[in-house]
Design a protein around this ligand. Structure first.
Ligand code: ANZ
Length: 950
């Protein structure tokens, strides 16, 4: 190693890289280089807009207090590279980055440290901004909103109001304004919901009083207030969405117990969109994996509901296999099913003469049911479904199988869930695995109705039906699955015993949290407790200051505690007098806040029009940036990059909101994100001590293949970079020691963008050396002089150059950023070797251009030194000439009847006919073919030609 003091002063050292980076970041900032014009509004300019545009977006970061590690910017660098490349193609590119700044973590962190969440949030944002600014990301800062900005969340509240004032018209599968519902209710074209009709004693909307009519309208809204069973987490003091509860019934955040509790809550009717959310996946350029996760989450199953009679009561089941009805040998209800107690009362009341396996150790069905319910109370749905050991209790009652009149026993068992289908099933042990296990355990009959082997396990495949005919006109024997399902449903419908039914796993979206750090609801309650949406003129509803914003948390085990949102403490804010159109009255504000998902469900639209004070996003701007591009296109952001962990919730919620806005005519695109790309993770070694506790990876030393922390030997592991594994590397450190361009090159070169890759700080030097070689192609390290020559390019250099351009271009288009770097390295090495005394300018200038998206600072600097007078940002991407891409000629041996008779030279990519013609024209070959007929020509590409003659 050379002594640093002796290093040439114009070497591309970390210090020099740092100076160059600072200089160009200031240049970009001062010149508004990345300010992207809009068609209309504040951000419009007099310049004509490029006809082609690109909207690239990163998933919203949460401003965390601990700052970034080198894993976070992987996606941000990739989108920046892609955006910069597209600017060089002449596109108008929108790229910015905001902050998803509301939410539990900020609030909890603030509570622990004693500062207001807003203060802490701003500090975290500032720190992340500082870190990100060093990376040279080409963001339009004017568009960088935070969800906590009042001017942002006023529009989040506004969107809430639009959804509140909308209903879903099932007939046209579309949301409509609530005003359009009233005439349809009055005319009877839309019905009063059955439960309300029963409550009011009439299904005639016109016969209802005003309050009742309001109830009917509320029941149609896309946001509704529901007294429902929710996940109450006393330890966090808040209600959680199903998605925020782990499989073993704990809160995802904090790992506190979660209890089921009845509570009045705002709920969004996302289920109305189930079909469209599934069907429109076809329109999206998304990873297949993410699409299938969404499909599974929505969980559409097609089947039938079938009614079984049990002692005069109707037991309705949902089944995907109504064709197997003849094999239903018992029934199972969820232990929570509302008819359980009734059936126990109506049944035998005793277990005399019953198989003792059916009794759960108790001598009466009522006692057995009570004991069983107690035993399973603490189990989560997942545990209940996955448990192989089947348990259950006989109710002492028998139902009638509607297809053959068989008396079949009715059980409760925990493998039947209360929240799905009707909470009751017909059990077909021969063809359903769980039913098979249960029937084995309880000694119940197993009757095959499909012609398959059931000696070891249930037969779940497709086979002709057997044992499936009755005297009442139903005969499925011999039919395959779908034919039999259709025939069974037709018969059930004819006999008034059932219906076709489509069932979804998706549930409506619980949309309220008992927290402080979120968007307040634009809703007030009158003195009767009836909710009223505020008019748009009263927005924004700003978060009030509270004396103490801590939530009232409770003993984590206290299931009977009641949520007490922190906003309830702002009594002056809560109690208001307002005129909502019928005179000044007293109201109480809603003290819940929206969930964190709210702000991230529409931010792409605000990026488009961040400063608009008249509307959330002007339709003309939306059309330009995300409108459909061709017939049948759904529109949306052109490229959205982020982690696969957002495959379901965030992406489902934003699709739902976007579709509502689309239906109501506020946007022209029917999907928010046309193309999605999931980047991999950066992983790193982590180290645990003898107790299994992680120790700071940065302080571990290696000696002879072993690892030591503070003298103690530690164990090496490997995992996702982050706080918990104590293996974070900060981008600041890499910028200081190498420069941002080196960091960018290294991260892009590590591997394909969609795969996870191991971080190794010691390998970063490889990226640095590449940039140093690139530097030396332009700059003399000792004198600082520009070293390129004005020589013309020889063929070899032309070939290398044009191939590099063509390859790199294709790689950029397809986000293969690692091979972009690989090809650039290869070309730099070629030039370095070929031209030790200085490479031609015409070979170097395009190189600087094509690497500019990845290493923009050094590229700007070299571009200037090569005589460029304007930023390289908008320089056209170099073009390649097709003729240099052709491979050389190759030599092929030509055999005649198995013997080599000549050799021909052909272009490497020559087609079959050309090769054969060349072979036949060869003099040596002609000696052996003259006067004969060629009966067969065999060309083995790249290897040889064989002619068979007679
Ligand atoms: C009879 C049958 C026969 C079934 C057969 C399957 C195979 P998916 O696809 O998930 O919708 N089921 C219905 N409701 C249930 C509940 N609340 N808890 C547990 N299981 C329930 O599954 C639908 C199938 O799961 C239904 O079809 C029912 O079992 C069961 F050869 O009915 B099947």
């Amino acid at each position: 190693m050379t002594n640093p003091s002796e290093a040439p002063i114009h070497r591309y050292s970390p210090e020099l890289a740092g100076d160059i980076e600072k200089k160009w970041q200031e240049f970009w900032r001062d010149n508004g280089t990345f300010h992207t014009p809009n068609p209309v509004g504040d951000l419009a300019t007099d310049q004509p807009l490029a006809s082609d545009k690109l909207f690239v977006q990163d998933m919203f970061p949460f401003p965390s207090g601990v700052g970034l590690h080198v894993g976070h910017p992987l996606g941000y660098i990739a989108t920046d590279v892609y955006a910069r490349y597209n600017r060089m193609l002449g596109k108008n590119v929108l790229h910015t980055l905001g902050y998803d700044a509301f939410g539990l973590p900020a609030e909890q962190y603030a509570i622990q440290t004693g500062t207001h969440p807003a203060v802490k949030t701003q500090e975290s944002i500032d720190n992340m901004e500082r870190q990100l600014n060093r990376l040279g990301l080409g963001h339009d800062k004017r568009r960088a909103i935070a969800t906590t900005d009042v001017e942002y969340y006023r529009w989040t509240q506004w969107i809430f109001l639009q959804i509140f004032n909308a209903w879903f018209d099932e007939e046209i599968q579309k949301a409509r304004h609530i005003d359009e519902l009233i005439p349809l209710l009055t005319s009877g074209e839309r019905e009063v919901p059955a439960d309300l009709a029963a409550e009011f004693g009439t299904a005639d909307f016109n016969a209802l009083d005003r309050v009742q009519q309001a109830d009917v309208i509320d029941a149609y809204r896309l946001v509704y207030y529901s007294d429902s069973v929710v996940n109450w987490c006393p330890g966090l003091g808040t209600v959680l969405a199903n998605e925020e509860v782990t499989a073993d019934g704990k809160s995802e955040r904090g790992n506190f117990p979660v209890f089921r509790k009845r509570l009045g809550q705002w709920v969004m009717r996302i289920t109305a969109y189930s079909d469209r959310l599934i069907d429109d996946l076809e329109l999206l350029d998304w990873p297949e994996k993410v699409k299938s996760m969404q499909r599974n989450w929505i969980g559409r199953s097609t089947g039938a509901e079938v009614d079984f009679d049990c002692l005069g009561h109707t037991l309705r089941v949902f089944t995907t296999r109504p064709d197997t009805l003849f094999g239903a040998t018992y029934m199972v209800l969820a232990p929570e099913h509302e008819l359980v107690d009734t059936l126990v009362d109506a049944g035998t009341g005793t277990y005399d003469g019953v198989d003792t396996r059916w009794t759960y150790g108790e001598n009466s069905p009522a006692a057995a049911v009570a004991a069983y319910r107690q035993a399973i109370a603490a189990k989560s749905d997942l545990e209940r479904q996955e448990n192989k050991d089947k348990t259950g209790v006989f109710l002492g009652a028998y139902a009638t199988n509607p297809v053959n009149g068989a008396k079949i026993p009715v059980f409760i068992a925990d493998y039947v869930l209360t929240g799905y289908g009707t909470g009751a099933i017909m059990s077909v042990p021969a063809h359903d695995t769980r039913d098979y296990e249960f029937a084995q355990e309880f000694g119940l009959p197993i009757i095959p109705v499909l012609d398959g082997d059931i000696s070891e396990e249930a037969f779940v495949g497709d086979a002709p039906h057997i044992n499936s005919a009755n005297d009442a006109g139903l005969n499925l024997n011999g039919m395959g699955k779908q034919e039999a399902i259709d025939a069974a449903i037709a018969w059930l419908v004819d006999n008034n015993l059932g219906n076709k039914k489509i069932q979804y796993k998706l549930r409506d979206w619980l949309f309220a949290r008992q927290r402080y750090w979120g968007e307040p609801f634009p809703v007030v309650y009158d003195e009767d407790g009836i909710p009223h949406a505020l008019p748009e003129s009263m927005l924004p509803v700003e978060l009030p200051e509270v004396p103490d914003y801590k939530p009232a948390a409770f003993d984590p085990e206290d299931a009977d505690s009641e949520p007490q949102p922190p906003l309830a403490k702002a009594t002056d804010w809560v109690n208001v007098e307002l005129d909502l159109g019928d005179g000044v009255k007293k109201y109480r504000r809603d003290t819940n806040v929206m969930p964190q998902w709210a702000g991230s469900s529409w931010y792409q639209l605000r990026y488009i029009d961040p400063t608009n004070t008249d509307t959330f996003c002007d339709l003309d701007n939306e059309k330009y940036w995300t409108g459909p591009q061709f017939e049948g296109d759904c529109g949306g952001v052109d490229l959205y990059v982020g982690g696969v962990e957002h495959a379901v919730l965030h992406l489902l919620y934003s699709r739902f909101w976007h579709k509502v806005l689309f239906d109501l005519g506020f946007v022209s695109s029917c999907e928010p994100y046309r193309r999605l790309f999931n980047q991999g993770y950066i992983q790193a070694f982590a180290y645990t001590d003898a107790r299994g506790v992680y120790v700071p990876a940065a302080e571990v030393e290696e000696k002879d293949g072993k690892f030591y922390y503070q003298g103690e030997e530690v164990n090496q592991e490997y995992g996702k970079m982050g706080k918990s594994l104590k293996n974070s590397v900060s981008p600041d450190e890499i910028c200081d020691n190498f420069g941002a361009d080196t960091l960018r090159v290294y991260e892009m070169a590590m591997g394909p963008l969609d795969t996870s890759r191991p971080w190794a700080t010691k390998d970063v030097v490889g990226a640095q050396r590449f940039l140093q070689r690139l530097w030396r192609l332009v700059v003399d390290e000792s004198t600082g002089a520009v070293v390129v020559t004005d020589d013309a390019l020889d063929d070899a250099t032309n070939k290398a150059l044009h191939r590099t351009i063509a390859g790199v271009k294709d790689d950029y288009e397809n986000l293969r950023l690692n091979t972009v770097v690989a090809k650039a390295i290869e070309y730099v090495n070629f030039l370095t070797k070929q031209f030790p005394a200085g490479a031609p300018r015409a070979a170097v200038r395009p190189l600087v251009q094509l690497i500019a998206p990845v290493a923009p600072h050094i590229a700007e600097e070299l571009w200037t030194r090569l005589g460029g007078t304007e930023t390289i940002t908008f320089q056209p991407f170099p073009a390649f000439e097709e003729k240099w891409l052709k491979d050389d000629e190759i030599e092929l041996p030509v055999q005649v009847n198995g013997k080599v008779r000549g050799r021909i030279m052909v272009a490497a990519d020559a087609d079959q006919d050309t090769i054969v013609a060349a072979a036949l024209a060869d003099e040596g070959v002609q000696v052996h073919t003259d006067g004969k007929t060629v009966i067969k020509q065999i060309v083995v590409p790249g290897r040889m030609v064989n002619l068979v003659v007679k």
